[in-house]
Design a protein around this ligand. Structure first.
Ligand code: ATR
Length: 273
């Protein structure tokens, strides 16, 4: 049976084995998908052992996405843009590195939530790896504007500048205070503030009528960011569980050439949160 796994550290609570088992059952694909805990100094050895034992592909999670980027012999343009790899495919012609996180969030927002990005004023919060992977897919979706804002303003300015391409919309970067008086239709939290049970310290009044607040983190009930967005009048709230399932579907499609139906899998995961 073809073998796949998610590799990370820690990995105990990963939902990926359950998600991919559901995709395999639904599409009639014969495969096995496990969770692999690599030592912090042993990502490459663990990944190559898995491949040499017949493994066909890996999903890569914290803290190994940069090492996975380096391990790949070839990378997709979206992995190059993200500067990180969350999906490895082992083939006769070497190791392909892809990044499906950005496509996952875009699909969750535009398809699952029915919220087009085209023509919208979009605010992306954060300037780490999670934010970086989202910039190109957002630009490809043709927003009216894209502002990247970060607690450390200089990192947002640098990230925005890295995506300035002649002839297309250039993102702008700033600190949180510089957002005062501005309004957005879509606000995406790509900071890790929720991990510390905190929300980014944003000025009030950012949410335009009908706006969507989207947190890449997820959990039972509102995350701190979503609670703050609710209090600020965001019309719609969504957490990152849909992104998790969509990035998995994108990886599955890369490996197996079949796109699973994500809706029933997302519903089942939501019920068990
Ligand atoms: P990831 O790979 O999840 O993006 P990261 O690269 O460590 O993780 O980036 C974390 C991001 O969350 C950064 O943008 C960080 O802001 P700083 O650059 O100012 O450190 C942001 N972040 C973390 N905690 C935060 C908090 N309490 N409020 C606002 N932003 C926070």
């Amino acid at each position: 049976m073809d073998r796949y796994a998610v590799i990370g550290n820690p990995i105990g609570h990963s939902k990926s084995p359950r998600i991919h088992a559901a995709f395999a059952a639904q599409t009639g694909q014969q495969l096995r998908y496990d969770a692999l805990r690599a030592p912090l100094d042993g990502f490459v050895a663990t990944a190559l052992d898995f491949r040499d034992g017949g493994g066909r592909g890996l999903n890569v999670t914290v803290p190994f996405k940069l090492e996975a980027f380096a391990l790949a012999d070839r990378r997709t343009p979206r992995a190059e843009a993200a500067g990180a790899v969350n999906t490895l495919a082992f083939g006769a012609d070497g190791i392909l590195g892809d990044n499906t996180d950005g496509a996952g969030i875009l699909r969750d927002i535009t398809v699952n939530l029915g919220c087009p990005i085209a023509g919208k004023r979009v605010l992306l919060l954060g300037a780490g790896g999670a934010a970086r992977g989202t910039v190109l897919p957002l630009l490809d979706a043709a927003p009216a504007e894209l502002v990247v804002a970060n607690r450390t303003a200089a990192k947002a300015v640098d990230l925005a500048a890295a995506f300035a391409t002649p002839g297309r919309l250039a993102p702008t970067g700033c600190g949180f205070a510089a957002l005062a008086g501005r309004r957005f239709d879509v606000v995406i939290n790509a900071t890790s503030a929720s991990l510390a049970d905190a929300a980014p310290d944003l000025p009030p009044g950012l949410y335009a009528p009908g706006s969507l607040a989207y947190d890449m983190m997820y959990g039972k009930g509102d995350t701190p960011f979503l609670a703050a967005a609710r209090a600020q009048g965001a019309a719609r709230l969504a957490d990152g569980l849909g992104m998790l399932v969509e990035q998995a579907a994108e990886s599955f499609a890369l490996w197996r050439g079949v796109r699973p139906d994500t809706a029933p899998v997302l519903t089942a995961l939501r019920a068990d949160l």
